[in-house]
Design a binder for this molecule. Structure first.
Ligand code: FUB
Length: 464
């Protein structure tokens, strides 16, 4: 039982505490994935949500399945800062603070929500434990008080340090489905293989209006276990002509260098998106703007200058594809950062919305794209085949679409990779986050893509 002190008796202590700044929550990256959080000074009590409010409650092996699930969260890169963390519940909602109380709410994508749902980890009071400071209130800590979870001003007392320290333990509810390949909200994955590793370059999602300012990258040797390489390009400091709308990147390698094609807009309210190119000596960056200006300016062709993709043919010639509303292709110059504007061709197929992707198999060129709006559960992937990288194209139909019996919606903006030296192909794509996602809360997954004997693509079966 905690002893209550009178307000007067507590005053000298409170004044002395005011003088002490809260120690900086050193952004110790938490392991991502499903976890439970146990209060260090209340062994057996775990962070859980009950009626959308955070508490620390007893959980045992005999607890009802619902209690175990409510005491399990998935740790994902912080919605407001990828070096910190966010905590997602099984229903897709996030733990966030509001009025200094910890709550479980759906991500609205606003800057306020993303910050309120991002916590930076620092050392806890005992070895192996962590304390969690909101990214937007670094002098406060998540702590339990009368078994409720609050975000209180830091106090330099043993009691406060214990009340605000948690151990990350094995999850009470182990994940039963495969889930997204990288935890958290990401979309528009560009998958590629460079020097023995697979790389994934997605849009960072969860932002209202898809306003993310940066790109993160991941790599893997087996397409199952992915390593985060953090932010590889941040538009705000690194690109003079763009601050936000870091949408749908694509990376191509040539002559030992890596070229990241990206889109960006100015945060000034200008809704135009331009397409740029950044370069690095490493597939994991850091990438720097190669031109100091856009490669394709908004308005240079009908539709939006977004969703770049580069295909390099067997003769070494690379082609840049892009466009929303209209699909365009142009041969890139050898420098990979320029092209002859007179050589741009319009290749918009029927049903085309965005997200061009081109690859070649057995001498046939495949042109794939997304149809409908990414906010629509009917967002889907279709394709055409042709005899050259610029067509002419024959539409073959839709190959990837929602699977409602599994709760899979909005499957699109994909990319394709072949396991080197084989005829085994994989498709990376996004879907509405399962469950509770939508067109700005999307997640990335990878499935097999197979071909029929006549070279057409078999329907891709989206799996969880
Ligand atoms: O992620 C932002 C935009 O949504 C992409 O550029 C489009 O392809 C759509 O997925």
């Amino acid at each position: 039982m905690r002893r209550r002190r009178s307000a007067l008796a507590a005053l000298p202590l409170a004044l002395s505490l005011l003088a002490l700044p809260a120690p900086t929550a050193v952004a110790a990256e938490l392991p991502s994935g499903a976890r439970s959080l146990e209060a260090v000074n209340l062994p057996g009590r775990y962070v859980r949500h009950l009626d959308y409010l955070g508490r620390v409650d007893a959980v045992t092996s005999g607890s009802p399945a619902q209690v175990k699930q409510d005491a399990t969260v998935t740790v994902v890169p912080g919605l407001a800062s990828p070096s910190c963390s966010s905590f997602q519940a099984a229903n897709g909602m996030f733990l966030r603070h509001r009025d200094w109380r910890l709550r479980l709410e759906a991500n609205t994508g606003t800057a306020q929500f993303r910050e309120d749902a991002t916590f930076c980890a620092g050392p806890g009071s005992v070895t192996g434990s962590v304390s969690l400071a909101p990214v937007n209130a670094p002098d406060r800590r998540l702590r339990h008080r009368d078994y409720e979870l609050w975000v209180d001003p830091y106090q330099d007392t043993a009691r406060f340090r214990d009340d605000s320290s948690f151990r990350l333990t094995a999850p009470w509810t182990p994940k039963t489905t495969r889930g997204p390949v990288v935890p958290g909200l990401f979309a528009d994955p560009h998958i590629a293989h460079f020097n023995g590793r697979y790389y994934l370059y997605p849009t960072t999602d969860g932002y209202a209006g898809w306003a993310s300012p940066h790109y993160q990258a991941f790599s893997s040797t087996d397409l199952v276990n992915w390593t985060s390489h953090g932010v590889v390009l941040d538009l705000r400091p690194d690109v003079s002509w763009a601050d936000d709308s870091a949408w749908a990147p694509a990376v191509a390698a040539k002559n030992g260098r890596y070229y990241l094609y990206f889109s960006g807009g100015a945060a000034s309210g200008d809704t135009a998106k331009h397409l740029g190119v950044a370069v690095s000596d490493s597939p994991t960056g850091p990438f720097r703007d190669a031109l100091g200006r856009p490669l394709v300016r908004a308005g240079s062709h009908p539709g939006q200058a977004i969703d770049p993709m580069v295909f390099t043919d067997d003769d070494g010639q690379s082609y840049l594809y892009w466009g929303n509303g209209g699909a365009y292709v142009a041969p890139l110059n050898a420098d990979m950062v320029s092209f002859d504007a007179t050589k741009v061709r319009t290749i918009t197929p029927p049903g085309y919305r965005e997200a061009s992707f081109v690859f070649k198999r057995n001498g046939t060129y495949y042109f794939m794209w997304s149809e409908n709006d990414t906010r629509d559960e009917n967002y889907q992937v279709a394709y055409a085949t042709g005899p050259s990288p610029v067509g002419p194209w024959t539409k073959r139909g839709v190959v990837l679409q929602k699977r409602l019996e599994l709760g899979i919606k909005g499957t699109g903006h994909h990319s394709v990779v072949r396991a080197p030296g084989t005829d085994t192909w994989y498709v990376a794509y996004h879907r509405f986050a399962v469950p509770a996602g939508n067109g700005t809360n999307r997640e990335v997954t990878v499935d097999r893509m197979t071909f029929n004997g006549d070279g057409t693509i078999s329907p891709i079966v989206p799996t969880l």
